[in-house]
Design a binder for this molecule. Structure first.
Ligand code: SF4
Length: 210
């Protein structure tokens, strides 16, 4: 079976199992989604949503966050972990938006990557969810499951991203990633995947090797 055949069977299964997908981070604007995604590193989306309720009440846009006192921001976001670095990054990001982009989040990948705290994963989350731009978000679930199913032989996020971009149509990539995350939380979990109740075991490379 080719990678493309596996990918098509997997995509069909995911679309039937999870017909409706939503981003689990709360946000109103691209700036808020960008901020929430930076905060989500090594943290659950549920925790980020608790924190951003207060953060966005105090600093709803790049202009207010750019002027914020770093200690005040750190206090609000402390429970997301790595809060010193995250405070510095989100204030730096807001300052760059104000100084270089008129307070708007750029849609261009390279311009997004130039912002502090923004890597390809974060940039793809914002571009895909807000502007429906193609891009595969390689988080821990996407990386693990793509390898297990047999969609990639690579393990570095950039290479996995490139492999998956060839297998999933651009306009479907954002929703595909959301579905894989649902699937990773419910069925193909990190420690003990529930292969017995999985609807894609017939195309799964890992399952074939058991
Ligand atoms: S068969 Fe098992 S390892 Fe393969 S995708 Fe399903 S749950 Fe994951």
């Amino acid at each position: 079976m080719t990678k493309q055949e596996r990918a098509e069977a997997f995509e069909k299964y995911l679309e039937e199992k999870y017909p409706v997908v939503v981003c689990s981070l709360n946000y109103q604007t691209p700036f808020q989604l960008l901020t929430a995604t930076i905060l989500s590193a090594q943290c659950t989306d549920a925790r980020v949503n608790i924190v951003t309720k207060d953060l966005f009440a105090a600093y709803p846009d790049p202009f207010s966050l750019a002027d914020a006192d770093i200690e005040d921001v750190a206090k609000i976001i402390k429970s997301t972990g790595m809060y010193k670095m995250k405070s510095k990054n989100i204030i730096g990001m807001a300052k760059a938006l104000v100084e270089n982009h008129g307070g708007e989040v750029p849609q261009d990948m390279d311009e997004l990557l130039a912002l502090s705290g923004v890597g390809r994963k974060t940039a793809n989350v914002v571009r895909g969810n807000f502007w429906q731009k193609p891009g595969v978000v390689v988080d821990t679930h996407v990386k693990r499951i793509s390898g297990r199913v047999g969609l990639t032989d690579n393990t570095t996020p950039e290479k996995v991203e490139k492999d998956l971009e060839k297998l999933i149509k651009g306009e479907k990539q954002c929703d595909w990633c959301h579905r894989v995350i649902y699937f990773g939380r419910e069925i193909c979990t990190a420690r003990s995947p529930k292969c017995g109740i999985c609807g894609v075991s017939h195309v799964c490379k890992y399952y074939a090797s058991l």
